[in-house]
Design a protein around this ligand. Structure first.
Ligand code: 7PJ
Length: 255
């Protein structure tokens, strides 16, 4: 899954794809580099980021989804907002990816009847506050239990099990130690029976482990994506699609 931000304040690419035309171009490039899906997001969820209005997020995301769906790209929409989910589904998205796990009022209903895939992610707190003091007694047990409950809620609303993927939410209300514990527990999370999505690309976790600034985290990110796949992740959400695809293909040939 390739990442396309349509946000002027995105932490990882500084808003270079803020204009729809640039975002569309970037998405097509990622598709050509081997991404099976592109994840289009119009609201930054970096720690401390300010929320955006419904209208602003719709204006950023929907033209991009429409254009990409027309081009035959499988589009995932990264949003917490039911209104954006509904509009993105009408515009032809294939997947709704919610870092808030469809906990907003109306979110489950927005996706229940649509036939799209859904990604359920764990987050402790909200983007504004989540990195202030992440706290768990048993991070793997708590995150796994949360994902199981949210997946069950979606199934109760009529969403087929096959349409649900789960994601421990690296960096979303987690210290380095929490992220490491969850990463090592990927096989355990995969044993719940839902495909697991892992998103570590360019995150602080990679910065902490390498000492690298944002624009120098590609090699660390590729290593982590490869290891995530080896540990049972079915989907990796990445910025560096070409490099990640090469790494996975070399591993598949040589393992
Ligand atoms: C994730 C995401 C992730 C899923 C972001 C960033 C922050 N969606 N959206 N999983 N991260 N499912 O790219 O660093 O880890 S936005």
């Amino acid at each position: 899954m390739g990442v396309v931000n349509v946000t002027p304040d995105s932490f990882s690419d500084g808003g270079r794809f803020a204009e729809p035309a640039r975002a569309i171009e970037q998405a097509l490039r990622l598709r050509d580099e081997g991404a099976d899906f592109v994840d289009v997001g119009g609201e930054s969820t970096r720690p401390g980021a300010a929320p955006v209005s419904d209208d602003e997020e719709l204006a950023r995301v929907i033209p991009v989804v429409e254009a990409l769906a027309r081009e035959g790209v499988a589009v995932s929409v990264d949003t917490m907002k039911p209104e954006v989910m509904t509009a993105a589904i009408a515009a032809g998205c294939a997947i709704v990816n919610d870092v808030n796990a469809f906990r907003a009022e109306g979110a489950v209903e927005a996706v229940a009847k649509a036939g799209v895939g859904v990604v359920v992610m764990h987050m402790q707190g909200t983007p504004a506050t989540m990195q202030k003091a992440p706290l768990y007694a048993d991070v793997v047990g708590e995150v796994g239990g949360f994902l199981r409950r949210r997946a069950a809620a979606l199934e109760s609303a009529g969403i087929a099990r096959e349409r649900i993927a789960v994601d421990p939410g690296f960096g979303f209300g987690k210290t380095l130690e929490h992220n490491v514990a969850l990463f090592r527990a990927l096989p355990q999370l995969a044993s719940m029976g839902y495909p697991v999505l892992a998103g570590v690309s360019r995150k602080r976790l990679i910065g902490d482990l390498t000492g690298r600034a944002l624009d120098e985290r590609s090699a660390g990110s590729v290593a982590a994506a490869l290891l995530a796949v080896q540990n049972g992740a079915s989907v990796v959400r990445v910025h560096d699609v070409k490099e990640t695809v090469d790494a996975i293909n070399v591993w598949l040939a040589l393992r």
